[in-house]
Ligand binder design. Structure first.
Ligand SMILES: [Zn+2]
Length: 313
């Protein structure tokens, strides 16, 4: 499924007032015709604009999905990225969660397209909203560095969901082995900052994050990892509503974990077609391909690093 993202600053919150007029139905006992609800997730106020009557399963599963996604991201970052967020759920034909966009907006705005026939199981296993909420935790570093925000959202979505018990570890590694090779440089590649293909943006960025996570853990005797660095960036910046140069993001992240991992990797990969031996890295981590699936080997040299990445804090 293609992953979408658009980050932009909106001038205002047009339309919000009309929705709010329908009242703030709470998750317990929401009215079938409800048009809005207000949730609190880890102290953050999440306003959900949606049409409960549009969904065959009613409004409750939609609100549970927003809350669950917020909880997953909260566990990863130790707080929800924004104090206030609006999630605008747009009813579409068909089923499934069909894509989303995240805007900085002073309070954060996520627009997400959801099919009227969406099932509880599809909402339960959805990655889209976790991906979009993850965008809220990183400052805007500009379009040239979309690979960092998309790569982080792609990488963190899997790890955060495993940590929260919403996805299995083997499923995440199996997806990485299937999909991350699409992030490798192709002919004419000029590095991550200058090659804006889908593969390099999403999976090239995710590859950067995996390499950084493993490197930080190796350098710190597996005490801390990329997650700690990202938490520090969120604490220092406030997330997507901040405009930071990429160098400041990486410097802040590195300083938090006491390494120069991210800055060094960026210097290597920003303008050159670096092609790491991913299969060797996965073997060291104890991730062994078996057809389209993987087997996890706890006897591998970096198996402790793999387990620490996926362990709930
Ligand atoms: Zn995205």
């Amino acid at each position: 499924m293609p992953r979408h993202r658009l980050t932009a600053v909106l001038a205002g919150a047009a339309g919000r007032a009309a929705w709010v007029a329908f009242g703030a139905a709470c998750a317990a006992g929401i009215l079938p015709q409800a048009r809005a609800a207000d949730l609190t997730v880890s102290g953050a106020a999440i306003h959900v604009d949606f049409d409960a009557a549009a969904y065959q399963g009613g409004g409750e599963p939609i609100l549970s999905w927003v809350r669950r996604s917020g909880d997953i991201v909260t566990r990863y970052y130790a707080r929800f990225p924004n104090p206030r967020l609006t999630v605008r759920v747009m009813a579409q034909s068909g089923a499934g969660v069909q894509g989303g966009q995240t805007f900085a907006h002073p309070d954060g705005l996520i627009r997400v397209r959801v099919g009227r026939e969406v099932t509880a199981a599809q909402l339960e296993s959805d990655w889209v909203l976790v991906h979009e909420m993850t965008h809220l935790a990183l400052p805007d570093t500009g379009e040239a560095h979309a690979w960092l925000s998309e790569g982080l959202a792609t990488y963190v979505e899997g790890v955060a969901r495993v940590q929260a018990g919403n996805r299995t570890e083997t499923d995440v590694w199996a997806e990485e082995i299937r999909s991350m090779p699409r992030g490798m440089p192709q002919a004419d590649d000029r590095g991550l900052d200058y090659t804006h293909t889908w593969g390099r943006t999403y999976w090239g960025g995710a590859m950067f994050c995996l390499m950084a996570d493993v490197d930080i853990r190796r350098a710190t005797h597996n005490r801390i990892g990329l997650q700690d660095a990202l938490r520090a960036v969120l604490r220092a910046s406030g997330g997507l509503s901040a405009d930071w140069p990429i160098e400041r993001v990486l410097r802040t992240a590195d300083a938090a974990v006491g390494t120069t991992t991210l800055e060094d990797l960026y210097a290597k990969m920003k303008d050159a077609p670096i092609a790491p031996d991913l299969m060797a890295l996965w073997r060291q981590l104890g991730v062994e391909p078996q057809g389209t699936w993987v087997r996890l080997n706890d006897g591998a040299p970096l198996a402790d690093v793999r387990r620490a990445i996926m362990r709930a804090r």
